[in-house]
Design a protein around this ligand. Structure first.
Ligand code: NAP
Length: 431
């Protein structure tokens, strides 16, 4: 078995009304590779303490350890050396790193959290994170970005409070591409030229790599719908569709058009044109503004006037860049949480944006903040907002005390560097 059993907890379930979260939910967690060893135990302690503080024993998470990555190999196949693993065909090898039982547990228990995972050795194998997203069709990459008191490169980091809904399954990330000079790339170029009549648009046809950017109506609409529902439920002010539709009309432009079509299903929404024509430019009380922005302009305005943006729905590549740039504005990778969610099945796997930071593994040094904030997003998803708000306030207090991990200490004047676990202890003390 690649999971541990929890005798006393109950699974979270999903009905038409949303998630049904029992008071003692079973939540699978993956420790993660390398710095996962440092940050995951700290996150578990902080969350347990926050839940206890918020609900006084009425609620408690029953953590279920599930295995993936190096830990899965060491635990279940200690005889496997790197050489032996590379000799196994990629699809089969992937199951060593991501056992079927682990995927089944994440599917069954709906809400889970994971530390970062190393992409396994050898060619032909997908990143385990990408594999999970695809296996479970986790089409929303949710990235809430806000300021927690960390040192930041902009003057008013407190003005940024954006929740990104990044499409997770389409776009140039679909992995449909051919290497320059291969018969496949040349065949596609010939087809574009001979049959599609667009060969002349390719400036240099020799030694030219080719990639494909699929953006579908179904994929776009489910992403935008999830963003709108989030905005309605969380009483946010606006939703922005960020796209480069002026150039990529039938992919990014279509995303914008399909987004506005979905918006018509929600009476709570109002467009900029309606606000201008009927309300003198002021969004009426109780309405949520839906607007769209060209991606480059959005980038600039996110830097100059971040308070104009709230919930942002966008495609895969834009979302990757935008959410990292937004995280940099408020202090960087130490405070960059994330989640991969399918709102129809209810499956949500929460994880930090950063990777396994190999050089710091096992040193009890790195910032556990991103994983802890991913747990905050998880608690909110479960409707346990009191515990989530408690952690945010305590994290802010810990940062304000200037006793912080190395990454923050090096940017703060008069700060004292403390370990990963000591920083977790300070958060718990501030709850
Ligand atoms: P990374 O692990 O994110 O680390 C890059 C740098 O970011 C670190 O050297 C460190 O910078 C900083 N950093 C990351 N996490 C931090 C934390 N918790 N606290 C403070 N600083 C932190 O990126 P990488 O080195 O490119 O990737 C390493 C491995 O992670 C790869 O195998 C990659 O495939 C994997 N990865 C996994 C995930 C995932 O599981 N979702 C995501 C991304 C990458 P300084 O040294 O400057 O302090």
């Amino acid at each position: 078995m690649s999971v541990t059993q929890c005798a006393n907890g109950q699974p979270i379930t999903k009905s038409a009304d949303g998630l049904n979260v029992p008071d003692r939910p079973i939540i699978p967690f993956i420790r993660g590779d390398l710095i996962g060893i440092d940050i995951t135990p700290v996150m578990l302690k902080v969350v347990d303490a926050a839940v206890e503080k918020a609900y006084g024993g009425k609620r408690q998470i029953h953590w279920m350890k599930v295995y993936a990555g190096d830990e899965a190999i060491r635990h279940f196949h200690p005889e496997m050396t790197e050489e032996k693993l590379v000799a196994i065909p990629p699809d089969e090898r992937q199951r060593y790193y991501l056992p079927d039982e682990t995927v089944a547990a994440i599917r069954k228990y709906l809400v889970s959290i994971k530390g970062p995972l190393t992409t396994p050795v050898g060619g032909g194998i997908r990143s385990l994170n990408v594999a999970l997203r695809i296996l479970l069709d986790l089409y929303v990459c949710l990235r809430p970005v806000q300021w927690y008191g960390t040192p930041a490169p902009v003057k008013n980091p407190q003005d940024l409070d954006i929740v990104f809904f990044r499409e997770n399954t389409e776009d140039v990330y679909a992995g449909i591409e051919w290497k320059a000079g291969t018969p496949e790339a040349d065949k596609v170029i010939r087809w574009l030229s001979d049959e599609m009549g667009v060969g002349k648009r390719i400036r240099f046809t020799e030694m030219c790599g080719i990639g494909v950017k699929p953006i579908s109506e179904q994929g776009s609409k489910r992403l935008v719908r999830a963003a709108i529902e989030y905005a309605v439920q969380n009483k946010r002010k606006s939703i922005t569709l960020a796209h480069k539709g002026n150039i990529m009309k039938f992919t990014e432009g279509a995303f914008r058009d399909w987004g506005y079509e979905v918006a018509e299903e929600f009476p709570q929404l109002i467009t900029e044109e309606e606000v201008a024509a009927e309300y003198g430019g002021q969004v009426p009380e109780g309405k949520i503004l839906i607007k769209d922005r060209i991606a480059d302009q959005f980038f600039q305005q996110m830097l100059l006037r971040p308070d104009e943006y709230d919930v942002v729905a966008t495609m895969n590549l834009n979302g990757d860049y935008m959410s990292d740039a937004a995280a940099a504005q408020v202090g960087g990778l130490g405070v960059a949480p994330g989640a991969n969610i399918n709102y129809e099945t209810g499956i949500g796997c929460f994880e930090p944006t950063h990777g396994t930071a190999p050089k710091y593994a096992g040193l009890d040094k790195v910032n556990p903040g991103s994983l802890i904030l991913s747990a905050v997003a998880m608690l909110r998803y479960m409707g346990w907002s009191e515990a989530a708000e408690g952690i945010i306030a305590a994290l802010r207090a810990a940062i304000l005390s200037k006793h912080v991990t190395y990454d923050l200490a090096r940017q703060m004047e008069d700060a004292t560097e403390i370990s990963c676990s000591a920083f977790g202890g300070r958060i718990i003390a501030a709850l």
